[in-house]
Design a protein around this ligand. Sequence first.
Ligand code: HMG
Length: 388
Amino acid sequence: ENNELKVGIDKLSFFVPHYYVDMSDLARARHVDKAKFHIGIGQDEMAVSPVTQDIVTFAASAANQILDEQDKALVDLVIVATESSIDESKASAVIVHGLLGIQPFARSIEMKEACYAATAGIASAVDYVRLHPERKALVIASDLAKYGLNSGGEPTQGAGAVAMLISSNPKILFVNDDALTLTQDVYDFWRPTGQTYPSVDGQFSNAVYIESFSRVWDEYAKRTASQFSDFAALAFHTPYTKMGKKALLPKLENETESVKTRLLTQFERAITYNRRIGNLYTGSLYLSLISLLENSETLKAGDKIGLFSYGSGAVAEFYSVELVSGFDQHLKKNEHELLLHQREKLSIRAYEKMFEEKIDLNHNETFSDETPYAISEIKANHRLYRQK
Ligand code: HMG
């Protein structure tokens, strides 16, 4: 009977820090045509984090928007997917679990495989809930994407987190058991232990992404006898918003005009938020999913959405989800628009200064960031967090 149990995303939300850079300003400062950033890369604004925020505070802020007291008593599993960890040993999920006040008898871990890890987190959470349908699991994708000032990747930075509560009989979508995954040992983007910024072979990473989507889709279509026409929409891992489109367009060549128009129109809805935030690494695909759900006017219960997850290194996956009746009543569009609207635009000089600020764990210090979750103090070689 467990095979018939529907498990999926019951609630979801995102958090981004309070600051951003306008990509026209960045283009001017870097002596680049602004059309390259807005059209060529497809980014309008880029989230910037102050030194008093990190993956723990992003994660707690995102999850706090979706959890009520009953959820906190039912969550058995807390997974934080990240490639911006703050510790090689202790999982950020342990701190997040404490900050959120989740019941103590829970399993808290961090997961890694570049931008792919949240997808693995969701798969594990779904498996857990299938076996324990009365319980819940919290999956958070939290990252700080920094490539360095004046670097090739600079216009594709970003910061923030997406939180998703996994349960049986979910209110938003069911996760189908149809994932097709591909692993390839390549060096397109990587960050050796101790290295501050990633090493990246930009054009190669684009090529591996495009090739991975093609291979994964072809194999998925073969094994599940699927076609693009089965999908109401697709959402992609979005390192910058042009990327998914570069992978999708060549695959749509033999499709009918109506399928092409539908998927490309929905693609625009799925990148609305990403255009204003940048790369969230692990959270990018799920930010795109939220963007699609909150900005598309045509999606309805029963619609199938295809998700393409990609993490450099590389692991790629395609799987599908199905919208639940009344899903639109459980989204947080107004809150999300307010969060984006209330941000403060930084001058390039202010962004560069904020970018260079670093936490020094060997130096005790107190901070005055009043955000509900923020680093309040560095003491005895660890970070103390302000609690809401
Ligand atoms: P670049 O060399 O700065 O830019 O690198 P470019 O020369 O390739 O130009 C970019 C686009 O702008 C091109 O579009 C140009 O034509 C266009 P395309 O032809 O490819 O469609 N362009 C213009 N358009 C309009 N007006 C103009 C103009 N000038 C140029 N005047 C790159 C860009 C993305 C490679 C770089 O920013 C980078 O290295 N970023 C980081 C790596 C990355 O995001 N890779 C994506 C795939 S890998 C991935 O998704 C995984 C990742 O998220 C990490 C993880 O998994 O953990 C990154």
